[in-house]
Design a protein around this ligand. Structure first.
Ligand code: PEP
Ligand code: CO
Length: 445
């Protein structure tokens, strides 16, 4: 048996892969990576599949969020804690206000690789290879930094490991205890309209907890949070090095993250990314953009979820606010008619990006909101379940997206524009959105 029998996707074409100048160096790195310990356990991936099965059945809601591109220099306690705080606050808002169990998944601890629409970037007449994420090359616009360097794959592994270690400590070591709901609201966000609204909600939760406590109820579930990692499985060399056979089941798992997704640019039906996802047991996401045909969606189901197993496959739709109401109904109808029980998640970010007059790549909060609204309308009309949201966000007070209750204006964009790739909602905007999504959820159920 050869390695290509175990990893059959290796013989198929794959787009968006870096071209390394030194193949020997690449192979050395991949051999080393293959000997590293897993970042997640197969059993945890199975557990997330169970949670997503509840989403596919209409019983739970997914909150998936984090950076567009994580950066190596963002691996600090402060950054990670801020991101986690944002997600925890959003999850509390959704759980409390929408009264629905929330499956929490970070775009975190592995989201270092970016598909790009162009191979090169030109500035002031100088053309260099495009930045493909910290896992591939450097953001800095110099010839040296833009050369793909396989050593970066090891750095991605270590950055993912230390991020996940801190996330696990935060979510199980007391920080995510529900009695901390107020603590997550400290700092800049507290004085924003969303922060003040959150404060009132946290007070209600406090009261409820005090009441339960007085009744002698103190459930273990309030002390820790179940939190999962996810990223786009873009660099197949890296993902393959971290794909292992689980000793319990004999099945392959990609142990670089709990859930991995295939991006809009790499979901060609007969290419390596789909074949890779077909062969691993992790829960799989696939991004579906506005040009997705129903036939493509059905073939993806046949390939990735032949058993029609709820929780196995999540479709993450990213249509754009202007298209979702036209494009999504046909897809949902045809998929539902096949008997497949996929989870439907709305990514309201990637169909709503544009260049501001200032030259910044940005998104309008109102477009993001409108796409989520369209998503709810479509699912409500068809009697299907709007299963969750997929957001690009950060815990820091950045100015990358326009709008929100604590409004960011076009002229503010330059103040704290820090993303290495797409613009992210800041914490106030993220919280705003959580309240609005909770209202939509409640009004439809
Ligand atoms: C992303 O999620 O950052 C991304 C590139 O998305 P998409 O594949 O939907 O364009
Ligand atoms: Co993005």
């Amino acid at each position: 048996m050869t390695v290509n029998d175990v990893f059959p996707w290796r013989t198929l074409p794959a787009v968006q892969q870096p071209e390394y100048p030194d193949q020997d160096a690449l192979h050395g790195v991949l051999t080393e990576l293959a000997s590293y310990p897993p970042l997640v356990f197969a059993g945890e991936c199975d557990q997330l599949r169970d949670r997503l099965a509840a989403v596919a059945r209409g019983e739970a809601f997914v909150l998936q969020g984090g950076d567009c591109a994580e950066a190596f220099d963002g691996v600090s306690a402060e950054h990670i804690r801020n991101k986690l705080k944002t997600l925890l606050q959003m999850a509390v808002v959704l759980t409390y206000a929408a009264k629905v169990p929330v499956v929490k998944i970070g775009r975190i601890a592995g989201q270092y690789s970016k598909p790009r629409s162009k191979n090169v970037e030109t500035r002031d007449g100088v053309t260099l290879p495009v930045y493909r994420g910290d896992s591939v090359n450097g953001f800095e616009f110099t010839e040296e930094s833009r050369v793909p360097d396989p050593e970066r794959l090891k750095r991605m592994y270590h950055a993912s490991a230390s991020t996940l270690n801190l996330v696990r400590a935060f979510t199980t070591g007391g920080y995510a205890d529900l009695r901390q709901v107020h603590a997550w609201n400290q700092d800049f966000v507290r004085n924003s309209p969303a922060g003040q609204r959150y404060e009132r909600l946290a007070k209600e939760i406090d009261n409820a907890l005090a009441f339960m406590n007085a009744c002698g109820v103190d459930p273990e579930e309030f002390r820790t949070v179940e939190f999962y990692s996810s990223h786009e499985a873009l660099l197949l060399d890296y993902e393959t090095a971290l794909t292992r056979t689980d000793s319990r089941t004999g099945k392959l798992y990609d142990v670089s993250g709990h859930m991995v997704w295939i991006g809009e640019r790499t979901r060609q039906l007969d290419h390596a990314h789909v074949e890779f996802a077909r062969n691993i047991r992790n829960p799989i996401g696939v991004k579906l953009g506005p040009t997705t045909s129903a036939d493509d969606a059905l073939t993806l189901i046949d390939k990735l979820d032949p058993e029609r197993e709820p929780g196995r496959l999540t479709f993450i739709t990213r249509m754009g606010a202007g298209r979702i109401r036209d494009v999504l109904p046909g897809l949902v109808e045809k998929v539902t008619a096949t008997g497949a029980q996929v989870a439907w998640i709305c990514d309201p970010m990637h169909g709503n990006t544009f260049e501001a007059t200032s030259g910044h790549k940005t998104r309008r909060f109102d477009d993001v909101l409108d796409e989520v609204k369209g998503f709810f309308e479509v699912h409500r009309a068809l009697g299907t379940h709007p299963g969750g949201v997929h957001m690009e966000l950060t815990g820091d007070d950045v100015t990358e997206c326009i709008g929100g209750g604590d409004e960011v204006f076009v002229d503010d964009l330059h103040q704290r524009y820090e993303t290495a790739c797409d613009p992210r909602l800041n914490r106030s905007q993220s919280l705003d959105l959580a309240f609005l999504v909770a209202e939509m959820y409640r009004s439809q159920s």
